[in-house]
Design a binder for this molecule. Structure first.
Ligand code: ADP
Ligand code: MG
Length: 594
């Protein structure tokens, strides 16, 4: 938990310091109250023999009330300070987590899983906030109260003190057992919450597919299993913790009974006869007063132990959550900036891969094997090959979404690992295979990451035209039309065209279209490519495609199969030389067309 201490600010320490002072004051005041009760009881018992001094009663009563009111005010102020502290703390931790997660590479995210990262930024942070608000108060109040209270009663009758100690002992044992039973389960619950979130996310995002395949039952069973697991664990922890409260009441009541019983025995021992009548009565009165005071203190001490128990309920969960949060914060992003000064880079639009091999899991299963490829400035390079042969992986590596284990990738004459990530990625405009739209407007999506005031309206219209986004003109608000999360209010082809427009808007020296044209019908595919060719004359263009028609005219066609390059050449060359290319071509065009 000490690692999270650095998120506490100076002002928080001031708040905490004041709160500690106020809590100690509160304990002082609360422990002061039984002293006045003793005085009042003494008056009450003395009225049995003489008439009492009423102004004294008013004085003690008034002081008692003053203590109660002051203690309440101190409590309210403490709550105010502590709430401010804990809310700010949780905000800072959430911020820090979010910033950290944004630096994660695909591999890092994969290690934690998206759902777990979300639970960690929400649920786990709430646990810490709860501890900061409740736990801190209890942690100071409970021991102060317990120790101070014990000091106050230790001077009184030994038998009473023994009774109180036995009560405390029983409570401590009960709590220890409860904590031992619950601790491992708290850990499990947090993990299961991750799984539950992951399953719920999958079920909700994939609801249409699930319905289409009548797979509701199948998916429900998976969800139910995790849900039941969580419930079972929650049930055990709640039931165990639930036992504590009745045990506590029983112990408290038994203690009162014990104190009174022992008190009566002591009182009985003071013999009253005619000679010492007055003195004996006074003595007995004193014991009754002490008994009442002792009971109050004993109850407060027990309350202090109840508070300690509450800490034991919150603390284990907090420790688990803290660990989970620290795991994220301590993760060093696997892909970090190099130190290359961007101004030193003189070339443009050149990519070179030398003996590159890559595996997603750092094992023997290579997604790419021994790739050698040179892409020159202004070239249009096409990559073709069956699905799963590693085409997308190849461009992901150029942009350093993953680091390669063997070989070297140079962009504009420098190793990709030397670049600052922003400098490297600004050299590429990528249209991803799966068009990814974000909540906002079409314009926001096209000028992604550009400030509203810097958006070039003319350029937006231009790229919309090149990407054949005529459908945007038919929308009521044109490019200002709403896009829902994930772009779910547009068709696959429309999303793909907006994504192409976005890539064109970024206008980098290297433009990559990863299978972006296959979601378009043949005519649109043809139109878009024609316009792109006219507009991107001196850019380096990498087109990944399935259709021979899409890539026929490329300067260089790379034929891939099963993670390696089969052949590189022009359409005509490959038709003669590459068996794989011939097969692809034959499957799409007739012999005559070829
Ligand atoms: P293509 O784009 O040619 O269809 P990919 O480059 O997407 O193929 O995938 C190449 C291989 O790498 C496939 O076998 C696929 O299963 C694997 N792969 C792709 N992405 C990942 C990933 N994020 N994690 C693990 N394996 C992956
Ligand atoms: Mg792909």
């Amino acid at each position: 938990m000490h690692k999270l201490v650095k998120y506490i600010r100076k002002i928080d320490y001031l708040f905490l310091l004041i709160s500690v002072g106020l809590i100690v004051l509160q304990v002082y005041l609360e422990l002061k109250i039984p002293e006045y009760t003793t005085e009042l009881t003494k008056f009450a018992t003395s009225t049995l023999t003489t008439s009492s001094d009423l102004p004294e009663v008013y004085k003690n009563g008034g002081l008692m009330l003053a203590c109660a009111v002051s203690s309440m005010i101190a409590g309210i102020i403490t709550s105010f300070f502590i709430s401010t502290f804990s809310s700010n703390l949780s905000r800072r931790i959430r911020d820090e987590l979010y910033k950290k997660i944004l630096t994660f590479s695909n591999k890092d995210i994969h290690r934690f899983h998206t759902a777990s990262l979300i639970t960690r930024t929400t649920n786990d942070v709430v646990q810490i906030q709860n501890f900061a608000s409740m736990g801190v108060q209890l942690l100071i109040k409970a021991p102060t109260m317990a120790i101070w209270g014990i000091c106050k009663i230790s001077a009184t009758k030994l038998s009473w003190t023994m009774a109180a100690l036995i009560a405390v002992g029983i409570i401590v044992i009960a709590v220890t057992i409860a904590v031992i039973v619950c601790l491992p389960r708290f850990k499990k619950i947090q993990k299961l919450t991750d799984s539950l979130n992951a399953q719920a996310r999958e079920n909700i995002t994939g609801v249409r597919v699930i319905r289409a395949f009548n797979a509701e039952k199948y998916q429900d069973v998976k969800y139910e299993k995790i849900n039941k697991d969580i419930t079972d664990n929650n049930m055990i922890t709640s039931k165990t913790m639930g036992l504590i409260s009745p045990i506590m009441s029983f112990v408290m009541n038994s203690l009162i009974l014990a104190i009174y019983w022992l008190g009566v025995v002591i009182i009985n021992d003071i013999k009253v006869d005619n000679q010492n009548m007055m003195q004996a009565m006074a003595e007995r009165g004193e014991i009754v007063a002490n008994m009442i005071a002792f009971t109050s203190y004993a109850m407060q001490i027990i309350m202090a132990f109840i508070m300690l128990i509450m800490i034991f309920i919150i603390l284990p969960r907090t420790i688990v959550s803290t660990k989970r949060i620290n795991e994220v914060l301590d993760t060093k992003p696997s892909i970090v900036d190099g130190n290359l000064n961007d101004e030193k880079v003189t070339e443009q639009g050149v990519v070179s891969l030398k003996n590159v091999s890559f595996s997603y899991y750092d094992d023997e299963h290579y997604a790419l094997k021994d790739i050698n490829l040179d892409i020159n400035k202004g070239e249009t390079v096409a990559i073709i090959g069956p699905t799963g042969c590693g085409k997308s992986t190849l461009v992901n590596l150029m942009m350093r979404f993953y680091d390669i284990s063997i070989g070297e990738i140079d962009v504009d004459g420098h190793n990709v690992k030397d670049y600052k990530l922003n400098d490297l990625r600004k050299r590429f405009s990528l249209a991803t295979q799966k068009a990814m739209l974000f909540k906002g407007t079409i314009k926001d999506n096209i000028a992604l990451g550009v400030d509203e005031k810097d958006i070039d309206e003319n350029k937006i219209n231009e790229v919309l035209d090149i990407a054949s986004c005529e459908f945007v003109n038919n929308l009521e608000k044109k490019e200002n039309s709403e896009v829902s999360q994930g772009g779910s209010n547009y068709s696959g082809g429309q999303k793909q065209r907006i994504s192409i427009a976005r890539t064109l808007y970024k206008d980098s020296e290297i433009m990559i279209f990863d299978d972006t044209f296959s979601a378009l019908d043949y005519k649109t595919d043809f139109d878009v490519r024609k316009k792109i060719k006219e507009n991107l004359k001196d850019k380096t263009v990498i087109i990944i495609a399935q259709r021979i028609g899409t890539i026929k005219n490329a300067d260089k066609i790379v034929v891939m199969e099963d993670g390696h390059i089969d052949a590189i050449g022009t359409h005509e060359q490959l038709l003669k030389e590459s068996k794989v290319y011939q097969e692809i071509a034959l499957s799409q065009l007739s012999k005559e067309e070829l």
